[in-house]
Design a protein around this ligand. Structure first.
Ligand SMILES: [Ca+2]
Length: 135
């Protein structure tokens, strides 16, 4: 009985790891990085549907955001440099981001949002990814 209980404990505990996100391409060392981690296509880029969010001050040209305890799986990241720290991404009159932003795999289209398949990556061990900001 004890053994069965232990086996159940092991199998129920999801394997987790740490994801480090290195952000490059800052033009100004001020404000914060706002990061959204998404775990499926349906929620991708939907504000409020993030699997996890993070906010990190930008005070160095190399900014690394560490996300710990993530279950193995497929993820995609959207982030932006909130230069004025107002908690949202500023946009111009055309609705185009006026603050630098980045997507995992550096997925990008000139006139549309990137798709999940382009931005998604598989996480199954401690990993560091690099995202270059677009200006
Ligand atoms: Ca802003």
């Amino acid at each position: 009985m004890v053994l069965l209980f232990l086996l159940a404990q092991v199998s129920l505990r999801a394997q987790t790891c740490t994801l480090s996100v290195e952000v490059r391409g800052f033009k100004q060392l001020e404000g914060v990085i706002q990061l959204g981690l998404f775990s499926n296509e349906e929620s991708f880029l939907e504000t409020g549907s993030e699997f996890r969010t993070a906010e990190v001050a930008v005070d160095s040209s190399t900014t690394i955001i560490v996300l710990e305890g993530l279950p193995y799986g497929q993820y995609a990241i959207s982030l932006y440099h909130d230069q004025d720290s107002d908690g949202c991404i500023d946009k111009n009159f055309l609705g185009i981001p006026a603050e630098p932003y980045g997507i995992s795999n550096d997925a990008w289209h000139r006139f549309s949002a990137p798709k999940w398949d382009e931005a998604a990556f598989v996480l199954k061990s401690d990993t560091t990814i690099v995202i270059n900001l677009r200006h």
